[in-house]
Design a protein around this ligand. Structure first.
Ligand SMILES: [Zn+2]
Length: 153
């Protein structure tokens, strides 16, 4: 299944991200994703697959926040951008050219991760000073994950 492969890629990216925080393990609340319309990923299905794949792992309880990215093509005849539609055979409405260049709509990218480290961990960005009586409510933090997930076609 398509979403299973996508989830596998995301898990690999998250593993790499986690290693930057070693030896502490971040508690991940939300993984913010950009998912292109042209990836044919069903956001709902991806969330379900994510929940199954992360059960009993360090990512258990995390959820995906999926931001769709519209499909945009560029017409190579006139250079204009357009929104290709399946109904029009993805051809450009200006010059009736086949879709030759995709500007956006194929991305599967982790934009940011909402996570928490315990207040006693000093590796958290904007972490409070170590406290002998750690606050039970951890500090939320955000970290950009620049690594894009390669898409297979
Ligand atoms: Zn054109």
């Amino acid at each position: 299944m398509h979403e299973v492969d996508m989830t596998r890629c995301l898990l690999l990216s998250m593993q790499e991200w986690r290693q930057r925080h070693a030896p502490s393990v971040p508690t991940v609340r939300t993984v913010h994703l950009q998912v292109g319309d042209f990836t044919c990923v069903e956001p709902e299905q991806l969330s379900i697959t994510w929940g199954v794949a992360t059960a009993d792992s360090w990512l258990q309880g995390s959820r995906l926040a999926i931001e769709p990215v519209p499909l945009v093509g560029r017409c190579l005849a006139c250079g204009g951008s357009y929104s290709p539609s399946a109904a029009a055979g993805y051809r450009s409405p200006c010059c009736n050219r086949p879709m030759e260049e995709i500007v956006s709509g194929r991305e599967l990218r982790i934009r940011s991760v909402d996570y928490e480290l315990r207040a006693s961990e000093t590796t958290a960005p904007n972490a409070p000073k170590p406290d002998p009586n750690p606050d039970p409510s951890p500090t939320p933090s955000q970290s950009a994950v620049p690594s894009a997930v390669p898409l297979r076609t």
